[in-house]
Design a protein around this ligand. Structure first.
Ligand SMILES: Nc1ncnc2c1ncn2[C@@H]1O[C@H](COP(=O)(O)OP(=O)(O)OP(=O)(O)O)[C@@H](O)[C@H]1O
Ligand SMILES: [Mg+2]
Length: 442
């Protein structure tokens, strides 16, 4: 989200209080074990843990991270200038910057995103520390890379690799153009791999804040999960869940978690189902601008997912019919399973990865001619708007002049090349596939 979206983030009032109390408390401790196992996130939230913050820099995972001074970060971001401003969420403002080996020997010259903890914001020291501890230890092609951090006086900042295309939310809900079907599947698959990695750790990690604004996109639309401030260690051994304060974003959190505070990896699977719906429909998880019955995406879309005849009517019109019929059915079936009220009946993330890999191989996207987006050239002729006329974050570059206009009947009335629909029930249709990845009957 390019602008502040604090209103969307919610926490129980009592929890907010405790988060604020500890916001700048450098006495919050990090337990550092001598074994090779990951430093536990639960140790961070235990104020009674034995080691102090100064141990952070000497701990084993800090070897992967650069510790920046505040003045270095000011230099890197041109003093946090407005020109370098990328956006702001619950944590605080994010600015683009540049680093090279003059700043830190061994650092290759690269763009970075610098996130500044806002002392008056929704999140605090604990979220900052969670991010440092977790991303200092976990590396994966579908998790955003933390390059370093700053912890000087009251300043708490995080320095990430810069993701050239910003977040999924800004691309998916753009007014005039959106993402191609294949790109949506690529993003879903990448994000699923990121979550599957977290859940598959020896000590599983529950991400807890899966949503489109937290899925960052590289120049080739490769997805990386960002924002680990709310992440929690999952249940271990005989535990069925972890009990925790309820935090998250409206429209994405699993119903049983909201009702009971019981958190499992299946809570993330529910949120994944919501994002699948957003990719399918091009609608936001919560949209107050829509009629009351359509504001909550899950409530509105769920009845359509089971019926192939109806499914077509909820698919994002901006795809202009250019999507895989088979793929859309399978994505709808997956979303329906992820959104199951019973957490046990939801698939695991590794099962979802396998099915999304199959969906990514489907090649039945129909070719439908669409009039190109147009803009007027200086000589008055209509010229086609090219991909490189968009900013990396998806906005139309200013110098291209007038806003993208789309003309003609096809744009207003997309014609879908219909596949052959049958009344066969959703699960019967995909039964074999679900058995092969072990979802069926769960
Ligand atoms: N590594 C990065 N590279 C490029 N842009 C980034 C990076 N990290 C964050 N941003 C951008 O900065 C803006 C703010 O991100 P941030 O994660 O703080 O808030 P958010 O995701 O919009 O909201 P929330 O607080 O609910 O997570 C977003 O537009 C995001 O795309
Ligand atoms: Mg975010």
């Amino acid at each position: 989200m390019g602008i502040k979206n604090k209103a969307l983030r919610w926490i129980l009032p009592s929890c907010l209080k405790s988060a604020v109390t500890h916001k700048m408390d450098s006495r919050i401790h990090v337990a550092i074990h001598s074994s090779n196992s990951r430093i536990s996130l639960s140790d961070i939230s235990d104020p009674g843990s034995p080691l102090c913050l100064s141990d952070l820099s000497s701990s084993k995972f800090a070897a992967n991270l650069h510790i920046f001074t505040f003045s270095e970060l000011r230099l890197m971001t041109s003093d946090f200038s407005a020109v370098n401003f990328l956006g702001e969420g619950g944590f605080g403002p994010v600015h683009k910057g540049f680093v090279d080996d003059k700043c830190r020997p061994g650092l290759s010259p690269q763009a970075v995103a610098v996130k500044v903890l806002d002392p008056d914001g929704d999140q605090g020291f604990r979220e900052w520390l969670t991010e440092v501890v977790l991303l200092g230890q976990l590396k994966h092609p579908h998790l955003v890379k933390l390059i370093g951090y700053c912890c000087e006086d009251d300043h708490r900042l995080l320095v990430y690799e810069y993701m050239a295309r910003g977040n999924l939310e800004n691309h998916l809900f753009r007014k005039y153009t959106s993402l191609a079907w294949e790109t949506r599947i690529k993003i879903a698959l990448g994000a699923a791999k990121g979550l599957a990695f977290l859940h598959g750790e020896e000590k599983p990690v529950i991400y807890r804040d899966f949503k489109t604004s937290n899925i960052l996109l590289d120049s080739d639309y490769s997805a990386r999960l960002s924002d680990f401030g709310l992440a929690k260690d999952g249940p271990e051994g005989d535990e069925t869940h972890v009990s925790t304060r309820i935090m998250g974003t409206h429209g994405y959190a699993a119903p049983e978690y909201i009702m009971t505070g019981h958190l499992t990896t299946k809570s993330d699977v529910y949120s994944f189902g919501v994002v699948l719906l957003e990719l399918l429909t091009g609608r936001r998880a919560m949209d107050k601008k829509r009629p009351p019955r359509e504001q909550n995406l899950v409530d509105w879309a769920k009845p359509y997912l089971k019926d192939h005849h109806k499914l077509d009517s909820i698919i994002d019109q901006r795809l202009e019919g250019q999507y895989s019929t088979e793929g859309a059915r399978r994505v709808a079936a997956l979303a329906h399973q992820c959104l199951n009220h019973s957490p046990k009946s939801r698939p695991t993330m590794s099962q979802l990865v396998k099915i999304l890999e199959l969906i990514a191989q489907l090649r039945d996207v129909p070719f439908v001619y669409t009039a190109p987006a147009e803009s007027k050239a200086e000589d008055g002729k209509i010229k086609e708007r090219k991909e490189d006329e968009y900013e990396d974050d998806g906005k139309v570059k200013k110098e291209t002049g007038r806003k993208s206009r789309r003309k003609g009947y096809r744009h207003k009335h997309p014609v879908r090349a219909r596949g052959v629909y049958t009344d066969t029930h959703l699960y019967r249709a995909y039964k074999n596939e679900m058995i092969s990845v072990g979802i069926e009957g769960r």
